[in-house]
Design a protein around this ligand. Structure first.
Ligand SMILES: Nc1ncnc2c1ncn2[C@@H]1O[C@H](COP(=O)(O)OP(=O)(O)OP(=O)(O)O)[C@@H](O)[C@H]1O
Ligand SMILES: [Mg+2]
Length: 223
C-alpha cells in the first residue's frame, strides 16, 4: 500500500541544509499496524507528512496504492488525502467553534455527502470511539482524551483505508493513552492500515512491526 523508495527531504535553514529524511526505504502492506519510533528531530513527522501526501519528497519515489504521488497537483493530492487517509495529531486539531459532531461532519461536507447520510455516519463514527453522548459539546468542554477520541472519529468518518497518527498520545496521561491505543487496535482489527508515530517504546511495541528512525535514516525494523 505504501512504498517509499530512496526518499530524501531537506530543509534549508540559513546556511545549513538539514537532512530530515535521508534515502528512506519502506514498504507497508495493506492492513498492517506499523509504528514509527525515533527520538525528537529524527524525521518522524517529516515521514508522516510525506506518507500522508501533505508534503512531497525532494528526491526518491513514493507509491501510495501504486499511485506515483510526486506527479500529482496540489488539488489532486487533496482529493487523494480526503479519500484514502485519516489523520490524527498530537494536538487533536479540532475546530474550536464547532461541536464534536460538527468537527466529525466536516470531511463529509468536503466529500459532498448528503445531509442524512452525513448524520448517520457521524453518529456511527462517534459511537465507535464512545463519544456520541458528547456530540453537542465544544472541544473546550471535553478532556484531552475525549478530544482525541473526537479527532479519531473525524479521521475514520470518511472510511479511509489508511490511518496516520503522529504522537496521538503525546499529550495524554498513561491511562488515557492506553484507551486511545486500544481504539487503534480496534480499527486495525476492523481491517484498517495503521501507521502510528511515537517516541514511546512501550507503545511502539504494540504494533506488528516497528520502524526505527534516526537522523533521517531507517536504522532498524523490529517485529
Ligand atoms: N519546516 C522546517 N524547516 C526547517 N527544518 C525543519 C522543518 N521541519 C523539520 N525540520 C527539521 O527536520 C528534522 C526532522 O524533523 P521532524 O519534525 O520530522 O522530527 P520528529 O522526529 O517528528 O521530531 P519530534 O519527535 O520532536 O516531533 C529536524 O532536524 C527538524 O529540525
Ligand atoms: Mg514530530
Amino acid at each position: 500500500m505504501i512504498q517509499l523508495k530512496n526518499i530524501c527531504k531537506y530543509y534549508q535553514v540559513g546556511d545549513d541544509r538539514v537532512r530530515a529524511l535521508d534515502h528512506a526505504n519502506l514498504h507497508i502492506y495493506p492492513q498492517e499496524f506499523v509504528s514509527i519510533i525515533g527520538p525528537s528531530g529524527s524525521g518522524k513527522s517529516t515521514m508522516m507528512n510525506i506518507i500522508g501526501c501533505l508534503d512531497i519528497a525532494d528526491a526518491g519515489e513514493y507509491l501510495l496504492d501504486g499511485l506515483p504521488i510526486e506527479s500529482y497537483s496540489e488539488n489532486q493530492l487533496a482529493k487523494i488525502r480526503n479519500e484514502k487517509i485519516g489523520f490524527v495529531f498530537q494536538q487533536y486539531n479540532l475546530i474550536p467553534k464547532l461541536t464534536a459532531e460538527e468537527n466529525v461532519e466536516l470531511p463529509l461536507i468536503y466529500q459532498k455527502v448528503p445531509k442524512k447520510e452525513r448524520m448517520e455516519r457521524v453518529k456511527e463514527a462517534l459511537n465507535k470511539v464512545n463519544m456520541y453522548p458528547r456530540a453537542k459539546h465544544l472541544p473546550t468542554e471535553l478532556s484531552g482524551g475525549q478530544q482525541q477520541r473526537v479527532s479519531i472519529a473525524r479521521a475514520i468518518v470518511t472510511r479511509p483505508k489508511l490511518i496516520l497518527a503522529d504522537e496521538p498520545t503525546g499529550a495524554l496521561d498513561s491511562k488515557t493513552s492506553k484507551e486511545i491505543i486500544d481504539i487503534f487496535h480496534d480499527l486495525h482489527a476492523q481491517g484498517n492500515t495503521i501507521v502510528l508515530i511515537t517516541h514511546d517504546g512501550g507503545i511502539a511495541k504494540q504494533a506488528q512491526r516497528s520502524i526505527h528512525i534516526l537522523d533521517g535514516q531507517i536504522s532498524e525494523v523490529t517485529l
